[in-house]
Design a protein around this ligand. Structure first.
Ligand SMILES: [Zn+2]
Length: 181
């Protein structure tokens, strides 16, 4: 089980293993916002409900952003578009393609991973782009910054704890246009 972490301003910033959340609670760094009603943690000395949502009590210091090599960040770098046909793909649909296939010595790193739609990934198979006669939209590089709009787009999806729903917007929120009031 995971715990959703909110910053002091009540915005979702991370999901962490519940064990880590317990540690942060004991250290007094976070407060409990929601718990899993049906999951109790028992030890010799205590019995608590498993934390579902916690919130940092203080504003986090901004650290120099390190762009982690992760699926989410590759997706953001590639602007959510299949790098072969240019079609927009959702996170759930996106596949992560080794440009130079692993079987041909291609590594798993920023310069060799792009997102691809399922049809393109299947068409490419175990071939290089040249062999498959497919062209990349852009050469994959390690990004120095990511488009803000695509970072931390925490959305509530089926299968996530229902207690997170209050704190996560759904996809229509993120992709809908802003209206002025
Ligand atoms: Zn495609």
């Amino acid at each position: 089980m995971e715990t959703l972490v909110l910053n002091a301003g009540w915005q979702p910033v991370a999901r962490i293993p519940w064990q880590r959340a317990i540690t942060l609670l004991f250290l007094g760094k976070v407060e409990l916002v929601e718990e899993y009603e049906d999951k109790t943690i028992r030890s010799v000395t205590f019995e608590v409900k498993m934390p579902s949502v916690v919130r940092f009590l203080r504003m986090l210091k901004r650290r120099k952003p390190v762009i982690r090599f992760s699926r989410e960040n590759v997706y953001a770098r590639d602007l959510g578009r299949c790098q072969y046909c240019g079609r927009n793909v959702t996170r759930a649909e996106a596949t992560y393609d080794h440009v130079i296939p692993r079987s041909k010595g291609g590594g798993t790193h920023w310069e060799n991973i792009v997102i691809a739609c399922v049809p393109c990934n299947q068409a490419k198979g175990g071939m290089t782009p040249e062999q498959a006669r497919m062209r990349l939209l852009t050469a994959p590089v390690k990004p120095t910054k990511l488009p803000q709009t695509l970072r931390f787009t925490f959305t509530w999806q089926k299968g996530m704890p229902s207690t997170w729903k209050n704190w996560l917007r759904d996809l229509t929120y993120w992709h809908g246009s802003l209206e002025e009031d």
